[in-house]
Design a protein around this ligand. Structure first.
Ligand code: FAD
Length: 418
């Protein structure tokens, strides 16, 4: 391999992790090059501005202490506590059961109790479903709702999701539990983070030839680039699909870590309305095809955001956009009445699972994965560095702030060896 390298550092991926790493390296006086497969920045941050900002990927800043706040600078980035008008820590729930709308305080309390139990689970390692079943009977009303809720929040197959790992990750979380919307759209954060950086889009990296001294990257258009150090931020799903391909192969411990973690699935169903024709709620939990709904958009352009996670997300995708929209409207109009149909403007199904540059939504820790995240995060030969939400080891997995922190961490690792 050549000993002359075109770049000190190349960062693969212009999502939150890659941009955070690039910013930090630039602040230290380097000129990192960011190489991005897509024609846009942000990765799993993706905002649709057609009518009003609508988040197709990441939606909330999760937590009043999230690292993201270090980058949020009003007035460009105004934020709102979500849902608007809510008091701190006060969420309201509605349920759809067999097509009927209900508010049920006893169910709220049961949901909270079982959720608390699973997310603070201390027993021997078991699946999230088994942890739920230590508290519920198969005929309990709460069971389908709580399993769907876990599948949605964690994007996980509840039979694989480790309750032990989940509770350990949540115990480590220092970001807090409040949720916020960025008023101008999450991509306003991306734009701010990308300022002044050298970013090349439309350039998938297909292969990395690496050694102790540096690396040569092969792009999809057969061009090559060389760098002394490379920060890899591609999502776990893409790494699992062997893109980029590493030559020589990554150490076996690294390969095992990639295989041991799971890329979870989420499908969003975005329904846009001309007016609000439903009662206010924080979450609408349904036993129908779309298990979770919340309110987004603005008063003038309201949106109902449908969310399906885990294996059910793939079933929703399989319906196809038209049928999924029709199914969503049918379930909502049964609960809220036919005004739903007259106020409906447009719908969009957002499928992250077949997106070639994410191949899933975000990661979860399955049973038996152990310390796979730390192994995935570790550098290889002072040449390859790893960032991205999957490499988060401080309980902030599967989030934007977690991804940002891993980008900063990888930048520090690079600076330490330069
Ligand atoms: C539906 C959904 C809802 C979510 N909701 C929230 C939320 O409300 N709050 C929150 O904090 N988080 C949320 N998340 C998670 C959050 O979006 C991610 O954790 C975070 O954005 C990941 O950032 P990243 O930089 O690790 O990865 P990415 O954003 O995926 O960035 C990786 C980049 O690498 C690029 N890439 C991939 N392969 C290649 C290649 N071979 N060559 C070159 N480039 C490549 C990709 O195109 C991408 O731009 C959500 C995610 C989804 C999908």
């Amino acid at each position: 391999m050549t000993h002359h390298f075109e770049h000190d550092v190349i960062i693969i991926g212009a999502g939150a992790a890659g941009l955070a790493a690039a910013q930090k390296l630039k602040a230290a006086g380097l000129e990192p090059r960011v190489i991005e497969a897509r024609d846009r920045l942000g990765g799993r941050i993706w905002t649709d501005h057609t009518i009003t900002p609508v988040e197709l990927g990441a939606e909330f800043i999760h937590g009043e202490h999230a690292a993201t706040w270090q980058l949020i600078k009003p007035p460009e980035l105004e934020t709102d506590l979500w849902p608007r008008g809510r008091q701190y820590q006060q969420y309201t729930y509605l349920y759809i059961r067999n097509g009927q709308l209900l508010a049920d305080e006893a169910l709220d309390e049961q949901m909270a109790a079982v959720y608390e139990h699973v997310t603070h689970f201390t027993g021997p390692e078991c699946s999230a479903r088994d942890a739920v079943l230590t508290m519920t009977q198969p005929d309990d009303t709460v069971l389908p709702y709580i399993l769907s809720r876990l599948a949605c929040v964690e994007a996980a197959d509840v039979d694989r999701l480790s309750a032990t790992a989940l509770s350990q990750e949540r115990a480590l979380n220092t970001a807090g539990w409040e949720n916020y919307h960025i008023r101008a759209g999450y991509d306003a954060l991306t734009a701010l983070m990308a300022q002044g950086l050298d970013i090349r889009c439309n350039s998938p990296v297909t292969r990395i030839d690496w050694s102790d001294t540096g690396a040569q990257l092969l792009l999809a258009d057969d061009q090559t680039l060389t760098a002394r150090r490379v920060i890899v931020t591609v999502p776990l799903g893409v790494l699992q699909a062997d893109c980029p391909n590493f030559a020589p192969a990554l150490p076996s411990t690294k390969q095992q870590a990639i295989a041991a973690l799971a890329m979870g699935h989420v499908t969003k169903l975005v329904l846009q309305f001309s007016r609000t024709v439903w009662p206010s709620f924080s979450y609408l939990c349904s036993d129908g095809v779309i298990p979770d709904w919340w309110q987004a958009g603005t008063a003038a352009a309201p949106v109902l955001m449908g969310y399906s996670g885990g294996p059910a997300a793939l079933e929703l995708v399989a319906l196809g956009e038209e049928t999924a929209i029709e199914q969503g409207l049918a379930e909502l109009s049964q609960a809220f009445g036919d005004d739903i149909r007259s106020a409906f403007v447009s719908g969009r199904l957002v499928d992250w699972s077949t997106d070639p540059w994410s191949l899933g939504a975000y990661t979860y820790t399955p049973i038996g994965a152990g310390d796979a995240r730390a192994v995935l995060a570790a550098p290889v030969a002072s040449t390859l560095f790893f960032a991205g939400e999957a490499t988060s080891t401080n309980g902030h997995v599967a989030t934007v702030h977690g991804a940002i922190e891993t980008g900063w961490r990888a930048a520090d690792e690079v600076l330490a060896v330069l």
